[in-house]
Design a protein around this ligand. Structure first.
Ligand code: GRF
Length: 219
């Protein structure tokens, strides 16, 4: 099998990165995580990746000041050196320019902790609680220049409980993220995801025939 060479871009603890590394340990997984790049020198995920024997690199955005283009050229150089096929953003907290995004059409994925197109941006769990939604979740999508807006590859949903705290809801969603991202990357790496009219079609995928009602009816 010709496994896709994947770089994971992080800025922090890297739990989604760790989930991808874990999934890619399986010999039948169609992608291998060959590189982890952080824009934050002391990101916790760098140590996790190194401990797993994966090459790491830091491209510190602060070194480039306001020169976003120079930062992205440095990032692209590292990806080129490692012959990367697919890029996974996993808690990567930099906005990318149309130039950089355009280098990776339908080859760069992002995970967002909400059911897009609801709750783009930051503080998704707090905003979901404030809005009183009964279902919340996570989305993996292809990256386009507009933030949190690309074609949706896969989503996972969880119930929101009446007395949820932001932390409790975040933990419930994070558990979904850790299953969702390996699934989405697998589908893309297998070449089963195509973008038609701005929407993803996934070849040979079936959805479970499940209805999630919240609140449940005890009667
Ligand atoms: C995750 O909730 C991800 O969806 C969001 O940032 C968080 C990163 O967490 N984009 P981790 O670094 O993967 O643990």
């Amino acid at each position: 099998m010709n496994r896709k060479r994947v770089a994971v871009l992080i800025s922090g603890r890297g739990s989604n990165m760790a989930a991808l590394i874990e999934a890619a340990k399986r010999a039948d997984y169609p992608a291998e995580i060959v590189l982890v790049v952080s824009n934050v020198p002391d990101a916790g995920g760098l140590a996790t990746a190194a401990a797993a024997g994966i090459a790491t690199a830091t491209v510190d955005h602060a070194r480039f000041g306001k020169d976003r283009a120079a930062f992205e050229r440095a990032l692209q150089d590292v990806l080129t050196q490692h012959r990367i096929d697919l890029v996974c953003l996993a808690g990567f907290m930099r906005l990318l320019t149309p130039w950089f995004v355009g280098l990776w059409p339908a080859r760069m994925l992002n995970i967002h902790p909400a059911l897009l197109p609801s709750f783009k941006g930051l503080d998704t769990h707090r905003r979901a609680l404030e809005a009183g939604v009964k279902l919340h979740g996570a989305t993996v999508h292809f990256v386009v220049p507009e933030m949190d807006s690309g074609p949706i590859i896969a989503q996972g949903a969880v119930p929101v409980h009446d007395h949820d705290t932001e932390a409790a809801l975040a933990a419930r969603v994070l558990a979904v993220e850790h299953r969702l991202y390996p699934l989405a990357l697998r589908l893309v790496a297998e070449g089963r995801v195509s973008v038609v009219d701005g929407r993803c079609r996934v070849e040979g995928a079936s959805a479970p025939d499940t209805i999630l009602l919240v609140p449940g009816d005890r009667g």
